[in-house]
Ligand binder design. Structure first.
Ligand SMILES: [Zn+2]
Length: 343
């Protein structure tokens, strides 16, 4: 039947209603709990920057405001560092707390999230990639998106150049010579490329830029230190570390690189903000045992991308979070179901 919702959709929607009505945000737990929300980008649907971004990376300002109003209604919102301090000092914690976090340090956090947080007086933590703040460097997923868009618009006839072969995982699915990937295709492509190391991906992208003479002009996508300072001075925004260069902290990395990325990012942020940094976030959620040890030695806590709520007994250096993005949280029921951690 045309236009009727599928059985799968009806079942999913019913489960969302159950989770929204009976999830842990509705109950008083036996011991204090901490929900940590994970956001990346806050971008209006019609913003040019949203066109080249994966769906899992963003929410619109309107959706974000709706989320924050619900969070304020159902939780005590504390800065992440404060919840950890209270726990470490055996101080009384409210039964149901929420900490709001943003990964990477996108400029749009200042443009679209900060005004909402100020209006609602909600604190949050932004995890900065210390050596990329205030520069025009891009993360590799955005470099891939910009590169494919540039090829499609400027040199579609170069699509068969061997330097692009590594982007063609499946010749029938991926022919981006004249049409760049849409958001879903981009997400699938980036998922496959993750099998390569960060260093390898950046050097393959450098090779494309040189071989095809494809200089790509972008405006800085990340925050500058001035914006960071302004947000910090409000008393609402604290800064955490998300490494120096957004290197995935996997077992394949050598010890010096791991130490540099985890430890030096902290001193760079502290030098630029004049404030202590006590929280850490593992890029892509990857946390090899060596990285967890380094985080334990240098930070009061560290967050992963493992989904769930935390208690005082959760390891403070592998804290769980719940990632929120537009496609799964655009209405109140979907958002409350998502934060329940059940679906
Ligand atoms: Zn990140």
């Amino acid at each position: 039947m045309a236009n009727s919702p599928s059985v799968k959709h009806i079942v999913k929607r019913s489960l969302q209603h159950i989770a929204a009505a009976f999830g842990p945000h509705r109950r008083t737990p036996k011991e204090p709990t901490l929900l940590i929300l994970m956001y990346h980008r806050i971008l209006p649907e019609n913003d040019a920057r949203a066109r080249l971004e994966e769906p899992g990376m963003m929410v619109t300002p309107e959706t974000f405001k709706m989320h924050m109003q619900l969070i304020k209604q159902h939780f005590d919102v504390l800065p992440l560092s404060q919840w950890i301090d209270h726990k470490n000092n055996d101080e009384t914690l409210p039964p149901r707390c929420c900490a709001i976090t943003f990964d990477d340090g996108w400029a749009d956090n200042y443009e679209f999230a900060y005004p909402v947080l100020k209006e609602l007086r909600l604190p949050a933590t932004i995890f900065l990639v210390s050596d990329m703040i205030g520069t025009d460097r891009l993360f590799w997923p955005e470099r891939v998106a910009h590169t494919l868009a540039a090829i499609a618009s400027r040199c579609p006839n170069k699509w068969n150049d061997p330097c692009l072969n590594w982007l063609k995982f499946n010749n029938t699915d991926y022919d981006y010579g004249s049409t760049p990937p849409d958001r879903e295709q981009l997400s699938a492509l980036i998922g496959r490329i993750k099998a390569l190391t960060d260093k390898d991906i950046h050097s393959r992208l450098d090779n494309i830029t040189t071989t095809l003479n494809l200089a790509i002009q972008t405006r800085p996508a990340l925050l500058g230190w001035k914006q960071v300072a302004e947000m910090r001075q409000s008393g609402l925004i604290e800064t955490g570390s998300h490494t120096c260069n957004h290197i995935r902290l996997t077992s394949g990395q050598d010890g010096d690189t791991l130490a540099h990325e985890v430890v030096d990012s902290r001193s760079t942020i502290e030098k630029n903000t004049g404030a202590p940094v006590t929280t850490f976030c593992y890029p892509n959620g990857d946390h090899c045992p060596e990285a967890v040890t380094l985080a334990s030695e240098n930070y009061a806590c560290a967050v992963t991308t493992r989904k769930g709520w935390n208690t005082c007994h959760t390891n403070a250096h592998t804290l769980k979070r719940i990632g929120v993005h537009e496609d799964i949280s655009a209405d109140k029921t979907a958002f409350l179901a998502r934060i329940s951690g059940w679906l």
